[in-house]
Each structure stands twice: as structure tokens, then as C-alpha cells.
Design a protein around this ligand. Structure first.
Ligand SMILES: Nc1nc2c(c(=O)[nH]1)N=C([C@H](O)[C@H](O)COP(=O)(O)OP(=O)(O)OP(=O)(O)O)CN2
Ligand code: ZN
Length: 135
């Protein structure tokens, strides 16, 4: 029997959507206000889901306290209250769209989880915009 456990966390970060291979005009046309040279911020809401069998000894798929600690260590400590473009190595050469942020989060978490657990992440960038990545 497979069960999914979920943990939701929040982080605040600034970013700028920009393609350095394009002209300023093209960047403005495609990314609009998200291309603001002085950056802008979002209150990101992140949900991490782990799917797997229930351990008969604990009754847990995965201890959510430990999941919280993992997300804090691997994601929040790096991204919270940072400028994603300037302060993080992850987005030095990668446009910090919601899609790319979700993939980076998944890649940061995956090595720390047992292979039998399926991992997916949902990232809300605004109340109305969200992306999902399942690996
Ligand atoms: N596929 C993607 N499209 C867009 C992304 C993205 O990461 N992936 N990002 C943006 C902007 O950065 C931002 O998320 C959009 O902000 P905004 O237009 O203010 O969105 P809201 O939901 O708050 O406002 P609405 O007016 O309801 O759209 C754009 N696109
Ligand atoms: Zn944005």
C-alpha cells in the first residue's frame, strides 16, 4: 500500500527573469514586469510530497519532522530572503522561473531520500500561479 505524506513550507525570495542572449527589448517583450532590472519578490509556497509504503514499526512513510528539517537545511537556508539570481549558485546561469526553481528544489532533495520514496514538489509563486515537478 502506497501513501503520500506532504509538507508545506514558505520562503521569500527576489528574482529577475532574463535571457542574456536576448536584447533588452526582447526580454521586456517576453518577461514583461518580471524582467525588471532591479528585481522583484515573491512569497513562495513549497509543498514536498513523498510516496511510499508505511513502515510497520513506526506507522510512518517518512517522519514529517525529519522532512521539515531536510527542507529547511537544503532549501530554506539557501533560498529564503535571498536574491535567487545574485545570491545562489543554482541560478547564476539558469533563469529562475517557477519551473526551474521547482526542478532545482527536487534535485537538491532527491539525494537525501531513500530510492523507494517517490518525490514530487509543488511550488506556488503567486496565489494563482503554481508548477509541479515529479522528476
Ligand atoms: N511559465 C511561467 N510563466 C510565468 C512565470 C514562470 O515562472 N513560469 N513567472 C511569471 C512572473 O515571475 C510572476 O510569477 C507573475 O507574476 P504576476 O503576473 O504578478 O502573477 P499573479 O498571479 O500575481 O497576477 P495575475 O494578474 O493574476 O496574473 C510570469 N509568467
Ligand atoms: Zn517573479
Amino acid at each position: 500500500m502506497q501513501v503520500t505524506v506532504c509538507r508545506t513550507e514558505h520562503f521569500n525570495a527576489a528574482h529577475r527573469l532574463h535571457n542574456p542572449a536576448w536584447s533588452d527589448e526582447q526580454n521586456q517583450e517576453v518577461f514583461g514586469k518580471c524582467n525588471n532590472p532591479n528585481y522583484h519578490g515573491h512569497n513562495y509556497e513549497l509543498t514536498v510530497r513523498l510516496t511510499g509504503p508505511i513502515d510497520p514499526d513506526t506507522g510512518y512513510v517518512y517522519d514529517m519532522k525529519n522532512l521539515s528539517k531536510l527542507v529547511k537545511r537544503e532549501i530554506l537556508d539557501t533560498f529564503d530572503h535571498r536574491n535567487l539570481n545574485l545570491d545562489t549558485e543554482d541560478f547564476r546561469a539558469l533563469n529562475p522561473t517557477a519551473e526551474n526553481i521547482a526542478i532545482v528544489i527536487w534535485q537538491r532533495l532527491r539525494p537525501h531520500l531513500a530510492p523507494h520514496l517517490a518525490l514530487s514538489v509543488t511550488l506556488h509563486e503567486t496565489d494563482r500561479n503554481s508548477v509541479e515537478y515529479h522528476g
